[in-house]
Ligand binder design. Structure first.
Ligand SMILES: [Zn+2]
Length: 201
């Protein structure tokens, strides 16, 4: 037997999300139908509608923002001479909630992965070089996942940053992070110590 079309469509929507298989998607849809009132459902669908329309990309660093410049770039108490380069927007949140430093960020939009066609021109590197040129930070921290892609990106960026900006200190998170893992899964104490014990590359 088939589910009514509307139910099946919503199940399909959920299975497109990361980490949600068919069974979980079914459970979520039936939970929504049985347990949640109309106010919740209206609010939920409103928020889904707004997420693409109202969330913008900060033109300076690539963070998500509802206005123009993001709240980190806009914060005058941030140390603009300390710039942390990350692969994805979420990495800003993982690193920033450790309160281990008061840096500004730069989102690359991924890590180098030649086999997947992610070459340097696909990443937000040009803008990073422009920011380094204009702001001349004292240190650039390469805050990537401890994976093969993270290591390749560190090697690549180290070379071009070294050549162009020999005076800027280039550092990486300490090797205390479990190899092959994601910043997402590291606890705050481990992340905080990886930031504090960063080393020059
Ligand atoms: Zn920003």
């Amino acid at each position: 037997m088939h589910y009514p079309e509307t139910i099946q469509n919503l199940i399909n929507n959920f299975t497109n999300l990361p980490g949600i298989g068919g069974k979980t998607a079914e459970r979520l849809v039936f939970y929504l139908l049985k347990n949640l009132d109309e106010n919740f459902l209206n609010n939920f669908s409103d928020n889904l509608n707004k997420i693409k329309k109202q969330i913008k990309i900060c033109p300076t660093c690539g963070n998500y923002e509802s206005n123009n410049e993001c709240n980190i770039c806009h914060d005058h108490k941030r140390d603009k001479s300390l710039m942390c380069v990350v692969a994805e927007v979420q990495d800003i949140y993982y690193l920033d909630k450790t309160h281990s430093f008061n840096a500004v960020y730069h989102v690359l939009g991924g890590l180098l992965e030649a086999a997947e066609g992610i070459t340097p021109d696909k990443l937000n590197i040009r803008n990073l070089l422009e920011r380094a040129e204009n702001n001349q930070p004292r240190e650039i921290i390469l805050g990537f996942n401890p994976t093969v892609e993270g290591e390749s990106t560190i090697i690549y960026l180290k070379k071009i940053l070294r050549d162009k900006f020999p005076k800027i200190k280039i550092t990486r998170l300490s090797r205390g992070l479990p190899m092959g893992g994601d910043l997402e899964y590291a606890d705050e104490i481990t992340l905080s110590s990886a930031i504090k014990n960063r080393s020059e590359v």
